[in-house]
Design a protein around this ligand. Structure first.
Ligand code: MIG
Length: 687
């Protein structure tokens, strides 16, 4: 059951597709308070209540015990104290033996989620705007609730199948030659690879939709050359457009008058990579249409995938902000500066980027009226995603394009994937990535992943390997690192063969993982889930924070600590462990429900599978284009045989029907003589 309550005059966000009539009367579960315009919802928590949700945010899968803020932020250097990341996913699900319900705030402004922080037994949700639609969802189970929410907000984005391949990226690749070195080092060593990202250095002066003529003299030819080798280029696009008369994207946007405005009607200007920029008003349909068209030259050059960055929007500084900071500092010139004044002066400049004053300086035009940016801040990235997705659809409605964005809002899950932003080469960020994934899935963002190896700081060999072992299972599997950090491509390391084998396992599993992903996406389900979704009555499972359910029958439990020789894993039921070392080299170990200490040397990582659920391994390969997705080895813990539905399509159809692509597979029972492991059926399948 879904109930809707409207407060004030909400600004349409496009997040919700289903038309739910608004109710009046009291809101179930919550106490409502108002403080000026603010809407404050409070609830007393049950002792064992678990709170899932908030998609991309720091800390545990269970969000209880901290305060979070929905305020899309460019937060290089985030830690577990960071209250806002790049996205606002305003859904919470409360789960305890006493009750199960969800609450969604369709509100594009600042929302604070005090989830047992101020008082450990109370959750308080505060909408700063006070104009919002509030939805309360009730269902019989966690998966049902997730499904209802997806029905409310629409089907998840479908990436092309090649987007499940391994992607190499690094801030700094600046020419054809450099990219050729990356691809040839992979191909030469048989490290599987499907795509290379182009970061901002491919552009002329960081101007969107341009590329350096010397470094990329024939982008179309280059992209064709790579495609011959089953490789694709994925360029970055930033949100800001430089103020540069004569630069076509600026001129056409200026002519159409679609940039965000200050109160006096002039364009709002703030500096980002290209220098002083204006910002398309992505909340306007004409602006989205205009922006979507700008991708055309890159699409014409054969590009089939993009990543959209800096769309919180990130602002380095504005002239106004700069003037304020100078004024603060000027005040102290000639004074005897004591330490307090010195900190104050430092803060004047430290706080200049992504400053709230700047977010209050500009306006969007929504339905003919000017709306100040801070009221709708969290919609900006989603608008950019929508603009791009619509542009691609107009360009070629017959196929899927890869798109992942840094900033997002619920609703954008229909148009693209997301990556988790600027993580660090930290073990704690490996765990954080794992913990974010199921909540992002709950909010609809199925196609996602983190920067494998970590973006900031210097990675170590073992950390990269452990990141890759998580990445084997994340839909987006991209190694990405920042300028001036240690080289992070697999081939830079002495143990590259170990990492090659790990990526090899991804490719052996790829048709199976793709099948699990597509079944989840097309049934409004989740690819990654907290264990509570499958084992709601098992308190151990409900509170497990470092293992995830994957697809219909699998569970992952990666090693998350340095120098570990293994880890403890909790099995909520009997499962088969496949301990991988390479696509061909793995152990099959049936394990009973309960706790296990699993040996996992650096080159080893496990996949667990429920009884009567198979895992399908294909012969592997070096690119998704050349993968044989017909011949499989099925591995299944089963005494009586099992039935399974395998999904396969052409990987490009933008609107596939589930029923048209399901292949029903019968897994025979384990023949005692034929299998080296009692109870495990190993069967060759041709599908
Ligand atoms: O201010 O384009 O999160 O992935 O490499 C930094 C350069 C801008 C931030 C992105 C990161 C990307 C980087 N960008």
């Amino acid at each position: 059951m879904i109930r809707k309550y409207t407060f004030g005059s909400p600004i349409p966000t496009g997040a919700v597709l289903q038309d739910v009539p608004a109710e009046s009367g009291s809101i179930p579960f919550f106490t409502l308070d108002r403080e000026g315009k603010k809407i404050i919802l409070s609830i007393t928590l049950q002792p064992d209540e678990v709170i899932f949700g908030l998609g991309e945010s720091v800390r545990g899968m269970n969000k209880r015990g901290f305060v979070y803020r929905s305020w899309n932020s460019d937060v290089f250097n985030h830690t577990e104290s960071t209250e806002s990341l790049y996205a606002s996913h305003n859904l919470l699900v409360f789960f305890s033996p006493a009750r199960l319900f969800g609450v969604y705030l369709d509100d594009p402004g600042l929302v604070t989620w005090d989830l047992g922080y101020t008082r450990s037994d109370t959750a308080v949700i505060t909408s700063e705007n006070g104009d919002l639609d509030l939805y309360v969802l009730e269902d019989a189970s966690l998966p049902d609730l997730a499904r209802s929410f997806r029905r409310l907000t629409g089907r998840s984005y479908l990436p092309p199948r090649w987007a499940f391949g391994y992607i190499q990226s690094r801030w700094g690749y600046a020419s054809e030659q450099e990219i050729r070195t990356v691809t040839s080092e992979h191909r030469k060593r048989h490290i599987p690879l499907d795509a290379v990202c182009m970061d901002i250095d491919y552009m002329v002066d960081f101007r969107n939709f341009t590329w350096k003529p010397d470094a990329f003299p024939d982008l179309k030819g280059f992209s064709e050359e790579l495609k011959q080798d089953h490789l694709r280029l994925v360029p970055i696009i930033d949100a800001g457009i430089p103020v540069a008369p004569g630069y076509p994207s600026y001129d056409s946007g200026k002519a159409a008058d679609i940039f965000c405005k200050k109160q006096d009607g002039s364009d709002f200007v703030a500096a980002v990579w290209p220098g002083r920029c204006v910002f398309p008003d992505f909340l306007r349909e004409d602006a989205r249409t205009w922006f979507g068209e700008l991708y055309r030259p890159l699409l014409d050059a054969g590009i089939e995938g993009f990543w959209n960055d800096m769309n919180e929007p990130a602002l380095f500084y504005s002239d106004e902000g700069l003037a304020d900071a100078f004024a603060r500092v000027e005040e102290l010139r000639g004074e005897q500066v004591e330490y307090e004044a010195m900190w104050w002066m430092k803060d004047a400049f430290n706080g200049i980027a992504n400053n709230m004053d700047d977010y209050r300086r500009f306006y969007h035009r929504i339905g003919g009226t000017a709306v100040r940016h801070d009221r709708v801040h969290n919609l900006y990235g989603a608008g950019m995603t929508r603009a791009s997705a619509l542009g691609f659809r107009r360009y070629d409605p017959s196929r899927r394009f890869l798109l992942f964005s840094r900033s997002s809002f619920i609703g954008a899950h229909r148009d693209g994937g997301v990556w988790q932003g600027d993580n660090f080469s930290w073990w704690s960020h490996l765990k954080m990535a794992l913990q974010m994934l199921p909540n992002m899935n709950l909010c609809g963002f199925l196609y996602s992943g983190c920067d494998l190896g970590g973006f900031g700081c210097n990675v170590t060999e073992d950390l990269l390997e452990r990141f890759l072992q998580l990445g084997v299972f994340t839909p987006l599997m991209r190694n990405h690192s920042a300028l001036h950090t240690r080289d992070q491509e697999i081939y830079r390391f002495a143990s590259w063969e170990m990492m090659r084998d790990t990526v090899g396992v991804r490719y052996a599993l790829l048709p199976f993982l793709y099948s699990e992903f597509m079944k989840a996406a097309l049934t409004d389900g989740m690819y990654f889930r907290p264990l509570a979704f499958d084992y709601p009555e098992d308190p151990r499972a409900v509170h497990t924070e470092d293992q995830l359910m994957l697809g219909e029958g699998c569970m992952i439990a990666p090693v998350l600590e340095q120098n570990a020789s293994g880890r403890y894993v909790y099995l909520p039921e009997d499962m088969l462990m496949i301990r991988f070392r390479s696509p061909e080299d793995y152990d099959l170990v049936p394990l009973a429900k309960g706790d296990h200490r699993i040996r996992l040397r650096l080159r080893e990582f496990p996949l667990f599978v429920k009884r009567d659920h198979p895992v399908l391994l294909c012969p592997g390969g070096e690119s998704t284009d050349t993968l044989d997705d017909r011949s499989f080895t099925a591995l299944c813990l089963t005494d009586r045989g099992a039935a399974f539905e395998f999904y396969r399509d052409d990987g490009t159809d933008p609107d596939p029907r589930l029923e048209d692509h399901l292949i029903r597979v019968a897994i025979p029972a384990a023949a005692p003589q034929a299998s080296p492991v009692p109870g495990v059926a190993i069967s060759a399948l041709v599908l």
